[in-house]
Design a protein around this ligand. Structure first.
Ligand SMILES: [Zn+2]
Ligand SMILES: [Zn+2]
Length: 347
């Protein structure tokens, strides 16, 4: 029996779902960001300024969709001397409906950009509840996520390597739709940007979460610079058409993969064999809940020198728990499927 893990019908829409404009600490206007992402083949952009929810529905066109959202955070400390070492959580909130505009758990200590644009006060910002003081505790983070979900957002855990949080804490966070397995912006911090290992921490704690790759661009360098933070991490959303509700529904179903380079065509199961087709890969990896090399199965496949993988298969074992696939192209760039739990597929 064939089961399509990415929908058989529909189009792929390229999306950057985490970015910053001049409304916070980015360098481009929302109009400039839309124009340059559209010119680079993207169909979807979410401008997620720091602690400042601004709708950009007026920039949406028939062939380009703006999703609304913002990036929220809770920090261990405000002590500037400790800033480099503090643990912090950054959450991407994406509005599931273009009318959503409320700020969650408004804390003026976090909202300097919103204050700049609102005469020094948060009193007139659309918000849920009264202003409060956020604490870096599992309880406050979970309260934030719950209120965001209840008020029309989905929530993604951003750039784990940059945030310096520890797995024993973050796996207590509940209710997030996904995690950034790749954040292009943290390359300037000396990381490769690849956080898939933290994704497995969540999955092995039983969290059903999807994988996202985003730019987190602030555009402090020219677009054609080798160190631009644009056009690195992207999501390919498969959907029947390009409009707000259809794209959000596809994201909420997990009808997407993410990448910083290679593309994936199709992904399906034929009984307990997973198939992945792609234009070009050098290596493929199967990641499961337990160790993958088992019963003679190998967890990776590599193309012979000068050759190319275009149809990859792995056999699943009944106790795999979940599985996900990564492929690497000949230049070393990587694509990630989301995780699929066997229990959800086979019962
Ligand atoms: Zn961040
Ligand atoms: Zn960011």
């Amino acid at each position: 029996m064939i089961r399509y893990l990415l929908p058989k019908v529909g189009n792929y829409y390229k999306a950057n779902l985490h970015s910053h404009s001049i409304l916070s600490d980015g360098r481009k206007t929302p109009e400039e960001m839309k124009a340059v992402y559209k010119a680079h083949g993207y169909s979807v952009l979410a401008i997620t300024d720091h602690e400042y929810m601004v709708q950009h529905n007026d920039l949406t066109e028939d062939d380009f969709l703006m999703l609304n959202g913002y990036e929220a955070y809770i920090k261990e400390t405000n002590d500037p001397l400790y800033k480099r070492f503090m643990k912090t959580v950054h959450l991407n909130l994406i509005a599931k409906d273009p009318t959503v505009n409320k700020h969650i758990m408004v804390d003026p200590n976090y909202m300097k950009y919103a204050l700049v644009h609102n005469n020094g006060t948060v009193n007139n910002l659309p918000r849920v509840g009264e202003p409060c003081v956020r604490q870096y505790t599992v309880g406050d983070v979970n309260r934030y996520i719950r209120l965001a979900n209840e008020n029309g957002y989905y929530v993604v855990y951003n750039h784990p390597c940059w945030s310096r949080e520890v797995p024993s804490v973050i796996t207590q966070y509940q209710g997030m739709l996904g995690i950034e397995v790749y954040n292009h912006g943290v390359l300037r911090e000396g990381y490769s940007g690849d956080d898939a290992r933290v994704y497995d921490e969540f999955l092995r704690a039983g969290r059903r979460m999807f994988a996202f790759a985003n730019d987190d661009n602030h555009n402090k360098f020219p677009d054609d610079s080798p160190i631009t933070d644009s056009f690195g991490g992207f999501n390919m959303i498969k959907a029947e058409k390009l409009d707000y509700p259809t794209i959000i529904a596809a994201i909420m179903r997990g009808d997407l993969y993410c990448s910083n380079g290679p593309l994936i065509d199709d992904l399906w199961l034929d009984d307990h064999t997973v198939h992945l087709t792609c234009p070009d890969a050098r290596e493929a990896f199967l990641v499961t809940e337990g160790r993958t090399n088992s019963n003679g199965r190998r967890g990776s496949i590599k193309a012979a020198k000068g050759e190319n993988l275009s149809h990859i298969t792995f056999d699943l074992l009944p106790d795999d728990g979940y599985f996900r696939i990564e492929i690497i192209d000949h230049e070393g760039y990587k694509a990630f499927t989301r995780a699929y739990f066997l229990e959800d597929i086979f019962g």
